[in-house]
Design a protein around this ligand. Structure first.
Ligand SMILES: Nc1ncnc2c1ncn2[C@@H]1O[C@H](COP(=O)(O)OP(=O)(O)OP(=O)(O)O)[C@@H](O)[C@H]1O
Ligand SMILES: [Mg+2]
Length: 290
């Protein structure tokens, strides 16, 4: 596959792009991985016995969670229960926090992302992230979306890829005549959609979103929600939200974390909100605590 094909490839199934720093033949992605044949066909990210510590403090305990491909998985739970920590484990953003230590396993397409041969930069190309506060670069709208393409040398056909990414992020119509203007002049909701366009331009497989709409007004929030549902046709979306209605509206699966860094329940979203197994989950969802 040429660079140009990769830049314009829209199917999120490019398992040939290795995660490892050397010897690409040993990438161990699902097609060639022993475990790939036994894990559920539609699981893309899976944690097993995952423990996370910040210094002496344990933030997550024994998390076993299988995230299905091309669906929206929501993570809910009270402040401090470890939702962001879990999200950051998936693309190794926790590596950037000195005191953070991760034990156990977290696989992406069957490959443990904490194996020594995994290159975190290559991993983050395939697992993009959108944060709570939109963080566009102080550059033009065009250059923001072009950023990842340029760093990856995927500059062939760039205008088309940028247009496509802005369309997928439901922003194209609003910005097509001002691509050379500063991204910082956009509204908060537009900036967040720009960050989503920037994340999808490099054609990741998974998009992690940490409270992507919590700083936005209801109209901008509803645009982001519509967008997330559309993105799930092509990508796997994992979203942290404090907004229960939002989780109920847009997600297929919901994981409920509770204080102490415990994953208490993980199931179809309808089941979690209508008939959860755990009394603690029911109490949390109905607002009895949290
Ligand atoms: N960089 C850090 N250094 C030390 N401790 C941290 C760090 N980040 C998180 N923690 C601790 O880990 C625990 C989980 O934090 P995390 O941010 O994952 O929670 P959260 O569920 O995302 O909360 P919120 O809903 O408030 O965003 C908390 O006790 C927090 O204090
Ligand atoms: Mg958080």
């Amino acid at each position: 596959m040429t660079t140009e094909d990769m830049a314009t490839e829209t199917e999120a199934d490019d398992d040939t792009d290795s995660l490892v720093t050397s010897d690409p033949g040993k990438g161990g992605l699902s097609e060639n991985d022993d475990r790939g044949t036994v894990m559920a066909a539609d699981t893309i990210v899976e944690s097993r016995d995952l423990d996370v510590f910040y210094g002496e403090t344990q933030a997550l305990q024994n998390i076993d969670l299988a995230i299905p491909e091309n669906q929206v998985t929501a993570m809910i739970g009270p402040s401090g229960c470890g939702k962001s920590t879990f999200l950051r484990c998936i693309n190794r953003m926790n590596d950037l926090i000195d005191i953070c230590r991760v034990d156990g396993e977290l696989t992406f397409n069957g490959k443990n992302v904490y194996d020594e041969d995994v290159d975190p930069v290559a991993l983050r190309r395939r697992i993009g992230m959108v944060f709570q506060h939109p963080n566009p670069f102080p550059k033009s709208i065009y250059d923001n979306v072009a950023y990842g393409l340029r760093t990856q040398d995927k500059t062939e056909n760039m205008d088309a890829v940028i247009e496509e990414s802005l369309k997928k992020a439901a922003l194209w119509d609003e910005v097509k005549d001002q691509l050379d203007k500063s991204a910082l002049n956009l509204s908060g909701g537009q900036q967040q959609r720009l960050c989503i366009a920037r994340a999808i331009a490099v054609d990741p497989e998974v998009i992690l979103m940490d409270e992507p709409a919590s700083a936005l007004d209801p109209i901008a929030t509803s645009k982001i929600e519509d967008l997330i549902e559309e993105l799930a046709e092509e990508y796997t979306v994992v979203i942290v939200t404090h907004n229960m209605q939002q989780a109920a509206r847009i997600s297929d699966k919901t994981a409920v974390f509770l204080t102490g860094g415990e994953l208490v329940e993980f199931d179809d979203t309808d089941k979690i909100f209508e008939n959860p197994e755990s009394q603690r989950v029911e109490d949390y969802i109905t607002g009895k605590f949290g």
